[in-house]
Design a binder for this molecule. Structure first.
Ligand SMILES: [Zn+2]
Length: 266
Protein backbone atom coordinates (compact mmCIF):
# COMPACT_ATOMS: atom_id res chain seq x y z
CA UNK A 1 0.00 0.00 0.00
CA UNK A 2 3.00 2.32 0.38
CA UNK A 3 4.47 1.91 -3.09
CA UNK A 4 3.74 5.53 -4.07
CA UNK A 5 5.24 6.89 -0.87
CA UNK A 6 8.47 8.84 -0.80
CA UNK A 7 11.16 7.60 1.50
CA UNK A 8 10.41 10.43 3.92
CA UNK A 9 6.72 9.54 3.99
CA UNK A 10 7.59 5.92 4.76
CA UNK A 11 9.80 7.08 7.57
CA UNK A 12 6.89 9.09 8.96
CA UNK A 13 4.85 5.87 9.16
CA UNK A 14 7.82 4.01 10.65
CA UNK A 15 8.28 6.60 13.38
CA UNK A 16 4.53 6.88 13.96
CA UNK A 17 4.43 3.16 14.70
CA UNK A 18 7.33 3.63 17.08
CA UNK A 19 5.60 6.53 18.85
CA UNK A 20 2.38 4.51 19.18
CA UNK A 21 4.30 1.65 20.79
CA UNK A 22 6.01 4.04 23.19
CA UNK A 23 2.65 5.45 24.24
CA UNK A 24 1.30 1.93 24.67
CA UNK A 25 -1.41 2.61 22.10
CA UNK A 26 -2.96 -0.41 20.34
CA UNK A 27 -3.37 1.68 17.15
CA UNK A 28 -1.34 4.23 15.23
CA UNK A 29 -3.43 7.32 15.86
CA UNK A 30 -3.27 10.63 13.99
CA UNK A 31 -1.19 12.21 16.78
CA UNK A 32 1.45 9.50 16.31
CA UNK A 33 1.55 10.27 12.59
CA UNK A 34 1.98 13.92 13.50
CA UNK A 35 4.92 13.16 15.80
CA UNK A 36 6.51 11.06 13.06
CA UNK A 37 5.98 13.87 10.59
CA UNK A 38 7.50 16.55 12.81
CA UNK A 39 10.49 14.34 13.41
CA UNK A 40 11.00 13.64 9.73
CA UNK A 41 10.14 16.89 7.96
CA UNK A 42 11.90 19.89 9.51
CA UNK A 43 10.72 22.16 6.71
CA UNK A 44 7.17 21.83 7.96
CA UNK A 45 8.30 22.73 11.46
CA UNK A 46 10.27 25.73 10.24
CA UNK A 47 7.90 27.09 7.61
CA UNK A 48 4.42 26.20 8.78
CA UNK A 49 4.81 26.06 12.54
CA UNK A 50 6.72 28.38 14.81
CA UNK A 51 9.77 26.15 14.95
CA UNK A 52 10.89 23.79 17.67
CA UNK A 53 8.72 25.43 20.32
CA UNK A 54 5.65 24.22 18.46
CA UNK A 55 7.02 20.69 18.35
CA UNK A 56 7.60 20.73 22.10
CA UNK A 57 4.14 22.13 22.81
CA UNK A 58 2.52 19.52 20.59
CA UNK A 59 4.44 16.66 22.16
CA UNK A 60 3.57 17.82 25.67
CA UNK A 61 -0.11 18.10 24.79
CA UNK A 62 -0.10 14.58 23.39
CA UNK A 63 1.60 13.26 26.50
CA UNK A 64 -0.89 15.07 28.72
CA UNK A 65 -3.85 13.67 26.77
CA UNK A 66 -2.56 10.10 26.69
CA UNK A 67 -3.26 7.77 29.57
CA UNK A 68 0.03 6.30 30.67
CA UNK A 69 0.25 2.71 29.55
CA UNK A 70 2.91 0.07 29.30
CA UNK A 71 5.13 0.33 26.26
CA UNK A 72 4.23 -2.17 23.56
CA UNK A 73 7.12 -4.08 22.04
CA UNK A 74 8.18 -2.58 18.72
CA UNK A 75 8.02 -6.08 17.31
CA UNK A 76 4.21 -5.86 17.34
CA UNK A 77 2.96 -4.49 14.02
CA UNK A 78 0.43 -1.96 15.28
CA UNK A 79 -2.44 -1.24 12.87
CA UNK A 80 -3.57 2.20 11.77
CA UNK A 81 -6.67 3.61 13.47
CA UNK A 82 -9.63 4.40 11.20
CA UNK A 83 -8.82 8.11 11.41
CA UNK A 84 -5.22 7.41 10.39
CA UNK A 85 -6.41 5.29 7.46
CA UNK A 86 -8.51 8.21 6.28
CA UNK A 87 -5.48 10.50 6.66
CA UNK A 88 -3.51 8.29 4.25
CA UNK A 89 -6.43 8.31 1.83
CA UNK A 90 -6.61 12.11 1.96
CA UNK A 91 -2.83 12.35 1.52
CA UNK A 92 -3.19 10.44 -1.75
CA UNK A 93 -5.94 12.81 -2.88
CA UNK A 94 -3.85 15.86 -1.97
CA UNK A 95 -0.93 14.54 -4.02
CA UNK A 96 -3.30 14.13 -6.95
CA UNK A 97 -4.69 17.66 -6.54
CA UNK A 98 -1.13 18.92 -6.97
CA UNK A 99 -0.47 16.46 -9.83
CA UNK A 100 2.33 14.90 -7.78
CA UNK A 101 3.04 11.32 -8.70
CA UNK A 102 4.38 10.36 -5.28
CA UNK A 103 2.91 10.79 -1.84
CA UNK A 104 5.32 12.75 0.31
CA UNK A 105 5.33 13.84 3.93
CA UNK A 106 3.91 17.22 2.86
CA UNK A 107 0.79 15.42 1.62
CA UNK A 108 0.55 13.53 4.90
CA UNK A 109 0.41 16.88 6.68
CA UNK A 110 -2.50 17.95 4.48
CA UNK A 111 -4.15 14.59 5.16
CA UNK A 112 -3.81 15.14 8.90
CA UNK A 113 -5.39 18.58 8.60
CA UNK A 114 -8.27 17.24 6.51
CA UNK A 115 -9.15 14.62 9.09
CA UNK A 116 -10.75 17.35 11.17
CA UNK A 117 -12.02 15.02 13.89
CA UNK A 118 -8.49 13.74 14.55
CA UNK A 119 -6.41 14.89 17.50
CA UNK A 120 -3.57 15.88 15.12
CA UNK A 121 -5.75 18.38 13.22
CA UNK A 122 -6.87 19.85 16.51
CA UNK A 123 -3.28 20.28 17.68
CA UNK A 124 -2.17 21.81 14.39
CA UNK A 125 -5.11 24.22 14.40
CA UNK A 126 -4.17 25.25 17.93
CA UNK A 127 -0.70 26.08 16.62
CA UNK A 128 -2.36 28.37 14.10
CA UNK A 129 -2.08 26.08 11.07
CA UNK A 130 -5.18 25.54 8.97
CA UNK A 131 -5.77 23.29 5.97
CA UNK A 132 -6.18 26.30 3.68
CA UNK A 133 -2.89 27.93 4.76
CA UNK A 134 -1.00 24.67 4.49
CA UNK A 135 -2.39 23.93 1.02
CA UNK A 136 -1.45 27.39 -0.22
CA UNK A 137 2.10 27.13 1.12
CA UNK A 138 2.74 23.55 0.03
CA UNK A 139 1.54 24.29 -3.52
CA UNK A 140 4.64 26.51 -3.85
CA UNK A 141 7.06 23.75 -2.75
CA UNK A 142 8.78 21.40 -5.18
CA UNK A 143 7.47 17.85 -4.76
CA UNK A 144 9.42 16.14 -2.01
CA UNK A 145 10.06 13.21 -4.33
CA UNK A 146 12.22 15.45 -6.51
CA UNK A 147 14.46 16.74 -3.75
CA UNK A 148 18.05 15.58 -3.73
CA UNK A 149 20.93 15.92 -1.32
CA UNK A 150 22.62 19.32 -1.25
CA UNK A 151 25.53 18.11 -3.38
CA UNK A 152 23.24 16.81 -6.07
CA UNK A 153 23.95 13.26 -5.06
CA UNK A 154 21.01 11.55 -3.51
CA UNK A 155 21.58 10.49 0.07
CA UNK A 156 19.80 8.29 2.58
CA UNK A 157 19.87 8.79 6.32
CA UNK A 158 19.91 5.74 8.59
CA UNK A 159 20.37 5.90 12.36
CA UNK A 160 21.54 9.49 11.95
CA UNK A 161 24.28 8.57 9.45
CA UNK A 162 24.22 9.67 5.83
CA UNK A 163 24.82 7.11 3.09
CA UNK A 164 24.89 7.49 -0.65
CA UNK A 165 21.71 6.30 -2.27
CA UNK A 166 23.66 4.03 -4.61
CA UNK A 167 25.40 2.26 -1.76
CA UNK A 168 22.18 1.47 0.08
CA UNK A 169 20.49 0.45 -3.15
CA UNK A 170 23.21 -2.09 -3.83
CA UNK A 171 23.34 -3.40 -0.27
CA UNK A 172 19.58 -3.75 0.02
CA UNK A 173 19.19 -5.39 -3.40
CA UNK A 174 21.72 -8.02 -2.41
CA UNK A 175 19.60 -8.76 0.66
CA UNK A 176 16.29 -9.10 -1.15
CA UNK A 177 16.92 -12.61 -2.42
CA UNK A 178 16.55 -13.86 1.13
CA UNK A 179 13.64 -14.32 3.46
CA UNK A 180 14.14 -12.31 6.61
CA UNK A 181 12.55 -13.40 9.85
CA UNK A 182 11.90 -11.04 12.73
CA UNK A 183 13.98 -12.01 15.76
CA UNK A 184 15.52 -10.53 18.84
CA UNK A 185 19.26 -10.48 18.49
CA UNK A 186 21.13 -12.39 21.18
CA UNK A 187 24.87 -12.62 21.72
CA UNK A 188 26.36 -15.68 20.04
CA UNK A 189 28.84 -18.22 21.31
CA UNK A 190 32.26 -18.09 19.75
CA UNK A 191 35.43 -20.10 19.92
CA UNK A 192 38.63 -18.30 20.79
CA UNK A 193 41.83 -19.58 19.27
CA UNK A 194 44.24 -19.46 22.20
CA UNK A 195 47.26 -20.09 19.97
CA UNK A 196 46.72 -17.62 17.18
CA UNK A 197 44.34 -15.24 18.86
CA UNK A 198 41.53 -15.33 16.32
CA UNK A 199 37.85 -16.09 16.90
CA UNK A 200 35.60 -18.53 15.08
CA UNK A 201 31.82 -19.06 14.96
CA UNK A 202 32.04 -22.80 14.40
CA UNK A 203 31.86 -23.98 18.00
CA UNK A 204 32.24 -27.61 16.91
CA UNK A 205 36.01 -27.08 16.78
CA UNK A 206 36.10 -26.40 20.53
CA UNK A 207 38.50 -28.78 22.23
CA UNK A 208 38.98 -27.06 25.58
CA UNK A 209 42.64 -26.58 24.75
CA UNK A 210 43.55 -24.48 21.74
CA UNK A 211 39.93 -23.67 20.87
CA UNK A 212 37.95 -22.51 23.86
CA UNK A 213 34.25 -21.68 23.87
CA UNK A 214 33.32 -18.22 25.02
CA UNK A 215 29.61 -18.28 25.75
CA UNK A 216 27.90 -15.13 24.44
CA UNK A 217 31.29 -13.83 23.36
CA UNK A 218 29.96 -12.22 20.16
CA UNK A 219 28.20 -9.19 21.67
CA UNK A 220 27.38 -7.10 18.60
CA UNK A 221 26.27 -7.87 15.07
CA UNK A 222 26.49 -5.35 12.22
CA UNK A 223 23.44 -4.73 10.02
CA UNK A 224 24.16 -6.13 6.55
CA UNK A 225 22.86 -2.93 4.96
CA UNK A 226 23.92 0.00 7.15
CA UNK A 227 26.49 -1.58 9.44
CA UNK A 228 24.67 -0.35 12.54
CA UNK A 229 25.47 -2.63 15.48
CA UNK A 230 22.68 -4.77 16.84
CA UNK A 231 23.10 -5.50 20.52
CA UNK A 232 21.45 -7.91 22.96
CA UNK A 233 17.68 -7.35 22.99
CA UNK A 234 17.53 -5.35 19.73
CA UNK A 235 14.89 -6.38 17.27
CA UNK A 236 16.27 -7.29 13.89
CA UNK A 237 15.64 -9.52 10.91
CA UNK A 238 17.74 -12.52 10.07
CA UNK A 239 18.07 -15.01 7.23
CA UNK A 240 19.70 -17.39 9.67
CA UNK A 241 23.18 -16.21 8.78
CA UNK A 242 23.20 -12.45 8.57
CA UNK A 243 21.18 -9.72 10.25
CA UNK A 244 19.47 -6.53 9.16
CA UNK A 245 18.37 -3.81 11.57
CA UNK A 246 14.63 -3.15 11.84
CA UNK A 247 14.94 0.27 10.23
CA UNK A 248 16.72 -1.00 7.13
CA UNK A 249 14.33 -3.93 6.87
CA UNK A 250 11.18 -1.81 6.96
CA UNK A 251 12.57 0.89 4.72
CA UNK A 252 14.48 -1.04 2.08
CA UNK A 253 13.80 -4.77 2.18
CA UNK A 254 10.17 -5.34 3.13
CA UNK A 255 8.08 -6.16 0.10
CA UNK A 256 4.86 -4.29 -0.52
CA UNK A 257 1.61 -5.66 -1.91
CA UNK A 258 2.87 -5.61 -5.48
CA UNK A 259 5.79 -7.82 -4.55
CA UNK A 260 8.58 -5.29 -4.86
CA UNK A 261 10.15 -2.65 -2.67
CA UNK A 262 9.49 0.66 -4.40
CA UNK A 263 11.55 2.99 -2.25
CA UNK A 264 14.24 3.29 -4.88
CA UNK A 265 11.85 4.78 -7.42
CA UNK A 266 10.66 7.48 -5.03
ZN1 LIG B 1 20.58 -1.19 9.07
Amino acid sequence: MFERYTEKARRVIFFARYEASQFGSPYIETEHLLLGLLRENKVITAKLLSGLDSVEVIRRKIEAATAHKEHISTSVDLPLSNESKRVLGYAGEEAERLSHKHIGSEHLLLGLLREASGFAAHLLNEEGLTLENARKEIATWPPEAELRGATGERTVEIHGRTFSFGYILKASRASRDFTWIKREWKPADIVVDKEQGGICFDVSVADGKRFQIQSGGWTKEPCAVCDWQLEAGDEGFTNGRRWICAECYHRFIERNDSGGSAWEST
